[in-house]
Ligand binder design. Sequence first.
Ligand SMILES: Cc1cc2nc3c(=O)[nH]c(=O)nc-3n(C[C@H](O)[C@H](O)[C@H](O)COP(=O)(O)O)c2cc1C
Ligand SMILES: Nc1ncnc2c1ncn2[C@@H]1O[C@H](COP(=O)(O)OP(=O)(O)O)[C@@H](O)[C@H]1O
Ligand SMILES: [Mg+2]
Length: 162
Amino acid sequence: MLRAILRYSTMGECLPYFTKGKVVKGFGRGSKELGIPTANFPEEVVAKLPASFSTGVYFGWAKVDDGEVHKMVMSIGWNPFYKNKKKSMETHILHTFKEDFYGSVLRVAILGYIREERGFSSLEDLIAAIKSDIAESEEQLKRQEYSIFKTDNFFQDKIDFS
Ligand SMILES: Cc1cc2nc3c(=O)[nH]c(=O)nc-3n(C[C@H](O)[C@H](O)[C@H](O)COP(=O)(O)O)c2cc1C
Ligand SMILES: Nc1ncnc2c1ncn2[C@@H]1O[C@H](COP(=O)(O)OP(=O)(O)O)[C@@H](O)[C@H]1O
Ligand SMILES: [Mg+2]
């Protein structure tokens, strides 16, 4: 508990954190095993995270290419349930897309910390935890201190999608 409080307070120095990059392929588990797709950032984006940025689960806003800004939840770390070798940054956008968007530019505003990444004793428990993160994100993003970032200039900037 104390560790969670300390982490939460130190994360305040890093947040909000804005980043963008082209969506790359991961292990293909999000949609197939969990029923929860995650748009994975390339290694360069992960490498740019400040050293003090804690791994864990976050909420914020996301935009794909020149689309709408949507709520998101994001997992940053080594996915202890799967024991990944490489650190990943994966965003689940709270929107139903008509098709995949690999290669598109994903912009995210990471605003708040939810919890540490954990190992779970079953896939069902991991899915239940992610669903609870989604509910938490929905609630937090209603607050004015977070909703204001939906219209931030970061999301209005014209960028090169090529
Ligand atoms: C909101 C959220 C929370 C997550 N929490 C955990 C976690 O606590 N432990 C874990 O091992 N993986 C966690 N994950 C990551 C999933 O295991 C990961 O999205 C899945 O393995 C898909 O990987 P892929 O994109 O390589 O297919 C989380 C993902 C999301 C979107
Ligand atoms: N709501 C969504 N949030 C994130 N990605 C989505 C969503 N809907 C469709 N996708 C697509 O699904 C892909 C992620 O699926 P996933 O099973 O996690 O595969 P991968 O392991 O390649 O990341 C994303 O790269 C994106 O193209
Ligand atoms: Mg993914």
